[in-house]
Design a protein around this ligand. Structure first.
Ligand SMILES: NC(=O)c1ccc[n+]([C@@H]2O[C@H](COP(=O)([O-])OP(=O)(O)OC[C@H]3O[C@@H](n4cnc5c(N)ncnc54)[C@H](OP(=O)(O)O)[C@@H]3O)[C@@H](O)[C@H]2O)c1
Length: 374
């Protein structure tokens, strides 16, 4: 990035990002960074072996940075045999990190405010920059337009630590606040991704669509081709994460595909194009979906009723991150690479999808739809 661009970021956008994080608007890019030559960073990743972590590790290594990991050694422990691993559990043991020093930490595995606070407190003197992976679920009301200044959700009882569908968002919001208060806003970046997808996704929420399309036959599609959806390709998130570390971009950023740019119809076109499958879509009405309770949490992942109480979940404003450098690859590339990755998985993993309609349920719904409408 050239200096002109850096100055633009400093004077224009990150100020408002900092306000959203409860930060001073004075600080955006580190003054050192504006003139310093690129240098390799020493990066610690809390949770580098889940879904998103490995993409960040690989991107940071590809750019010449040094990466170290902290986790329990339970998940994919064979993935990075050459990287230094500090073994520990965030819940009861950060000792292995004591005495270490890093330029930056990426926190992928923070869900409970108390544990995030403990790691942020321990690491604050040992790092220059703390990047916390949060979520758009932090927002309190999805019926209104959302940008980074929208109020976050809260818990009536702030001592709750159990992560459930209801508490996940407010807990992540509290985690964000704890990082800012321990590390300081000027050294903190908070990324709020929407549905993260692409190779390695263990939820199958996005993967359902291309993988189901690949099976062929008549396929149920909810709502209309014009309904908005939003995703973030895990590799785009990883690229932006490393950009933020390299350029010391601080503040709060929604990390999403551009608002209004990705539609259910585009997803269908992507799925058909990358699978070449003989699949016939049948679009069923939102009313039919609602009456059968098969919306986003009931069988049709990612899609939302455009007039429902979460209608704005899939039209989050991501312009601040885009202006700071987040680049979204074409969604077709995400579909293509998801299918390529899926084909490499063992049969016991691909035998059934972890999200989406089962073949039986889909057939039942389609039969019911045709009964009513044909
Ligand atoms: N998936 C999405 O669509 C989505 C959307 C928005 C935001 N996010 C955010 O993205 C992150 C999830 O990424 P992910 O799915 O890759 O991660 P994840 O499955 O939550 O975390 C996995 C990583 O964290 C380590 N880990 C888990 N529990 C730990 C503990 N108690 N102590 C130390 N290390 C621990 C795991 O290694 P060990 O098991 O070896 O410890 C592994 O390296 C979360 O912050 C989530 O809120 C996800």
């Amino acid at each position: 990035m050239n200096n002109t661009r850096r100055r633009f970021i400093k004077s224009g956008l990150l100020g408002s990002a900092a306000v959203a994080a409860g930060c001073s608007t004075e600080v955006s890019l580190d003054d050192d960074v504006q003139t310093a030559a690129w240098r390799p960073l020493r990066i610690l990743i809390l949770g580098g072996t889940g879904f998103i972590g490995p993409h960040m590790v690989k991107e940071a290594l590809r750019r010449g940075h040094e990466v170290e990991l902290f986790n329990r050694g339970k998940t994919d422990s064979e993935l990075f045999p050459d990287l230094k691993l500090y073994v520990g559990d965030r819940k009861n043991g950060l000792e292995s990190l004591e005495g270490g020093e890093w330029d930056a930490v990426v926190d992928n595995s923070g869900y409970v405010p108390r544990y995030v606070e403990e790691s942020a407190r321990l690491l604050a003197p040992a790092i220059s920059h703390y990047l916390f992976i949060s979520t758009i679920s932090v927002y309190g009301d999805f019926s209104q337009p959302i940008d980074e200044d929208t109020a976050v959700g809260t818990l009536e009882d702030e001592s709750v630590e159990e992560v459930t569908g209801e508490t996940y968002g407010p807990l992540k919001a509290m985690c964000e606040q704890r990082v800012v208060s321990e590390v300081g806003a000027a050294r903190t970046t908070i990324l709020r991704p929407t549905y993260i997808c692409g190779p390695g996704d263990r939820t199958d929420r996005y993967s359902y669509w291309p993988v189901r399309t690949m099976r062929g036959g008549e396929m149920l599609w909810p709502g209309t081709p014009d309904d908005n959806i939003q995703i973030i390709d895990v590799r785009d998130l990883a690229n932006f994460t490393v950009d933020c570390l390299e350029m010391k971009i601080n503040g709060v950023y929604n990390t999403v595909t551009p608002k209004g740019a990705f539609k259910m119809g585009t997803l269908l076109e992507d799925c058909l194009a990358v699978t070449g499958a003989d699949t016939t879509p049948t679009w069923v009405s939102t009313e039919f979906i609602n009456s059968n309770e098969v919306g986003a949490s009931g069988g049709l992942p990612i899609w939302e009723d455009p007039n429902g109480e979460s209608s704005q979940l899939l039209t989050v404003d991501g312009s601040r991150a885009a202006a700071a450098g987040l680049k979204n690859r074409p969604t077709r590339e995400t579909a293509r690479d998801t299918i390529s990755w899926w084909k490499t998985l063992p049969a016991d993993r691909t035998a059934s999808l972890r999200a989406g309609l089962s073949p039986e349920r889909e057939a039942e719904l389609l039969a019911s739809w045709h009964d009513r409408n044909d």
